[in-house]
Every structure is written in C-alpha cells, then in structure tokens.
Design a protein around this ligand. Structure first.
Ligand code: SAH
Length: 215
C-alpha cells in the first residue's frame, strides 16, 4: 500500500492545521503525522484524506474528523503501555493513532462488516490492536479494568458498565447528549464509586447504538 512523499507532505500540513486549532500534545501530533489516513478511506475519497473533515467509510458510518481524533486523544493523556478500550472501531484510524502512541488497544465494534474489514486491514499496516465484535455499551468485562476508555460515538448517557471497567485513577472520554449534539465529557474515576466530570465543548458524532448487526 502506497504512502508517498506527497501523502507525507499533506499529513504535515494537516498536523500544522491541528496546531493552529489548539492541539498541543506533541505525541498526539506525531502520531497523526505517522498514520497514513488515506489508506483508511474508500478510494473515491483519497484526495480528501488530509482535509480536516469526517468521511463516509461504508455501513453508514464515518471516519472521525482528524481534529476530533486529536482532541479526544489529547484529553485522554495517553501514556506508553496504557491499556485503552475504544468503543466504535469504525475504520480503525483512531486505534492506529493510539497504537502509535504506545498504548495497548482493545477496540470494539457493533457492525460486523466494519469489524471484519478492519481485522483484515490493520495488520497489513503493522497495527495490531485487539479487535472485538460486540456491543460497546457492555464494554469488555473479561479484559478490564482499563486505564483509559474512549467512546467514539455519541451516547445518551454514560453506560454504567464502562464506568465499572475503568481503573481508579483512570480517564474516560465520551461524547454525551442528544443525537444532534453532544458534550465532550472527560470523566475521572477518583474512587470506586466516585467520578469527576468536565465538559470540553460540543461535537456531533454518529449515535452509540445498542446490540450488534448480524452481517
Ligand atoms: N473510531 C472510529 C470512528 C467510528 S464512528 C474511527 O477512527 O474511524 C463510530 C463507530 O461506532 C461506528 O463504526 C459505529 O458502528 C460504532 N458503534 C456505534 N454504537 C456502538 C456500540 N454500541 N458498540 C460498538 N460500536 C458502536
């Protein structure tokens, strides 16, 4: 798969744009500079891959806007070897960014078609997250607890199962609200049943849906 000098140049410009928009974690910027986003997209959109925009990836879903990926990742204060649960694998792009930062990534997707596609595609780029087909509302109880949890779809409220699967001292980033607009919530688990929530602006995500698809 081709990652040319031209792609690298476009990526550098994308990263410069993210800096202007306020992203300051150098490790996040470096990771976005390293992941070949164009390879995660349908070929008809290849020329748009380095625009700071969301794009369709099939199955009615989108690859998040790079700014949103950078913003959520920055809030999570990712450290090397953090055990991270991502809810909503989608294209696998966010998982690749987390892996570039040295995290150990568990990612769950409810749409079988996307799960199967990413399971085949990501290892070809050398990215090896642990991928699961299932309902992210339930998290991954047998694999938790996690240092960080990242939800990449808009939730009506914060699922209790995800709160339970967060380590004390851990962080969860989750967009919470109505279907047309969500607040980016940063939740810090400060005790077994004690959480502190900060809101960081509003965003629009595809909805976090219950259950899984059959195909
Ligand atoms: N992180 C993705 C963005 C995906 S968009 C990327 O980098 O490309 C959100 C994804 O969440 C969609 O693929 C959608 O199918 C998935 N999703 C929605 N509800 C879910 C649930 N309950 N469990 C797991 N995945 C879910």
């Amino acid at each position: 798969m081709n990652d040319s000098l031209r792609h690298k140049g476009l990526r550098k410009r994308l990263v410069d744009g993210l800096v202007l928009k306020g992203i300051s974690d150098q490790r996040v910027l470096e990771a976005i500079g390293n992941v070949p986003r164009h390879l995660f997209m349908e070929s008809s959109f290849i020329n748009f891959a380095y625009k700071d925009q969301a794009f369709p990836i099939g199955a009615g879903q989108t690859i998040s806007q790079p700014y949103t990926v950078a913003f959520q990742t920055e809030l999570l204060e990712i450290q090397k070897f953090d055990k991270v649960l991502e809810v909503g694998t989608g294209s696998g792009y966010q998982a690749a960014v987390l892996l570039e930062m040295g995290a150990i990534v568990y990612s769950i997707e409810r749409q079988k078609e996307l799960y199967l596609k990413v399971r085949e595609f990501l290892p070809q780029l050398g990215y090896n997250p642990k991928l699961f087909f299932g309902d992210g509302y339930k998290g991954l109880p047998t694999y938790g607890p996690f240092d960080k949890i990242l939800v990449t779809a808009g939730a009506p409220s914060v699922p209790d199962e995800l709160k339970n699967q967060l380590k004390t001292g851990g962080l969860m980033v989750i967009p919470v609200g109505k279907p047309d607009r969500q607040s980016m919530c940063l939740i810090r688990k400060i005790g077994e049943n004690d959480f502190k929530t900060e809101k960081h602006g509003s965003f629009v995500f595809v909805p976090l849906l219950k259950g899984t698809t059959k195909t």
